[in-house]
Write a protein that binds this ligand. Structure first.
Ligand code: PLP
Length: 403
């Protein structure tokens, strides 16, 4: 049976991690893996999580099954966190939310829902986009296309080209959008661009699918979902995949949710029945532990306050490193070519250099990033920023990239 299977190449990020671990240089910098790191290089367990976990363990009376939808109180809290407590779609009972195994699980269930409802729909993903979007959505059998989003060499959005491409989409096609902190570019839509995009999606009768993996990593929990709320207010049908891997640091616990907005309450019930059947047929029900912790934090004002403080610390650390790296690069090359890093949002930016430069940064300077030159800014530390800037400047000056 297994004879036809050839060994696959390792996943690019996992391969990069292995190379980094094997690198024996005394100074080496990991800007590859997409996890937050504190100043000691650790990906911490948040204090609010530690406290909530204790409560969960102390009060848990059973390990019996939950349900395909997961924890009800978690799902309600997620809806309020993402859409706000008074959002019209919630008031009109047109939202249904199910807990999912991380953002990946939510994206995959969403893809299967689209496949069940509209098997011939095309899903448009941004160019560039997070490396896992294509396998996650594509393996459900849906056709994928790309829309222009960001010019890495010029460090700017390609918004007009994006609108032009989406204007050619067929009614019922789906547009996957990064709700905030675009991965890998760090470049987000402005309010006026969200409005223009919504006008186009309404006119072309497209269905938005929002990926919200970094709520709170851009400006704050509310500001980061302004685009999501606007879309959900103005479009009859919306899918939203949320993740609590980054903003609660619950990566390995697999905590996420899929929110689906439908045009009527009864259609929302029908949609929910399909979502539950899909969940049941893939993993039956989501893992409970992480969602129990998250629900405890969302519900307890003291823990929630603690979370907001810790979230701000993570966000500010990344922002600080953005500013620091941009300043060091400006000094090192005597030009503002990399100032864009400071103004972008979330954990990632694209340095905007070709793969051979990425390879030289890794082989000659032991600085690791993905081949598209995506940097995780949480890998920058006050003690390595000068080293990183000098290496980038050396390579940039050796082979200035035509921008
Ligand atoms: C854009 C984006 N979406 C979704 C996810 C999924 O996150 P998880 O499945 O770990 O919750 C990630 C994680 O890196 C991401 O960057």
């Amino acid at each position: 049976m297994f004879q036809p299977l050839q060994r696959l190449n390792p996943d690019a990020i996992l391969g990069l991690m292995a190379k980094f671990r094997a690198d024996t240089a005394t100074i080496k910098v990991d800007l590859g893996v997409g996890v937050f790191r504190d100043l000691s290089g650790n990906t911490p367990v948040l204090e609010c999580v530690r406290l909530a976990e204790r409560t969960v363990l102390d009060t848990q009376s059973t390990k019996s099954y939950v349900s395909a939808a997961g924890r009800e109180e978690f799902n309600h809290a997620v809806e309020a966190l993402v859409l706000g407590s008074a959002h019209p779609a919630r008031r009109e009972r047109r939202c249904r939310t199910v807990q999912a195994p991380g953002g990946c699980g939510a994206l995959r269930v969403g893809a299967e829902l689209i496949r069940a409802a509209a098997p011939t729909a095309t899903v448009y993903v941004s160019d560039p986009t997070w490396g896992n979007h294509v396998p996650l959505l594509g393996s459900s059998g849906l056709r994928l296309e790309r829309y222009p989003y960001y010019d890495a060499a010029r460090h700017e959005l390609r918004f007009e080209a994006m609108l032009q491409r989406l204007d050619e989409a067929a009614a019922g096609d789906v547009v996957l959008l990064h709700a905030c902190c675009h991965n890998p570019s760090g470049a987000d839509l402005h309010a006026s661009q969200w409005h223009a995009l919504i006008e186009l999606m309404q006119r072309r009768r497209l269905v938005p699918f929002l990926d919200l993996a970094y709520q709170g990593f851009g400006d704050d929990l509310e500001t980061d979902v302004a685009g999501v709320r606007l879309v959900a207010e103005n479009m009859p049908e919306v899918l939203i995949a949320t993740s609590y891997s980054k903003n609660l640091g619950l990566y390995r616990e697999r905590v996420g949710a899929l929110i689906v907005v439908s045009d009527t309450e009864s259609r929302a019930d029908a949609v929910q029945s399909h979502v539950l059947q899909i969940a049941r047929s893939i993993y039956s029900m989501p893992p409970d532990h992480g969602a129990a912790i998250a629900a405890c934090i969302f519900a307890d004002p003291r823990l929630r306050e603690c979370w907001l403080t810790e979230l701000a610390v993570m966000r500010d650390r990344i922002k600080e490193m953005r500013g620091l790296l941009a300043r060091h690069l400006r000094a090192a090359i005597g030009a503002d070519s990399f100032d864009f890093i400071e103004g972008q949002r979330g954990m990632f930016s694209l340095l905007g250099v070709p793969t051979p430069v990425v390879d030289r940064l890794r082989d000659a300077h032991h600085i690791y990033m993905t081949s598209d030159s995506r940097m995780n800014l949480a890998g920058i530390m006050p003690h390595n920023v000068a080293y990183v800037a000098a290496a980038i400047a050396a390579e940039f000056i050796a082979a200035p990239v035509s921008v």
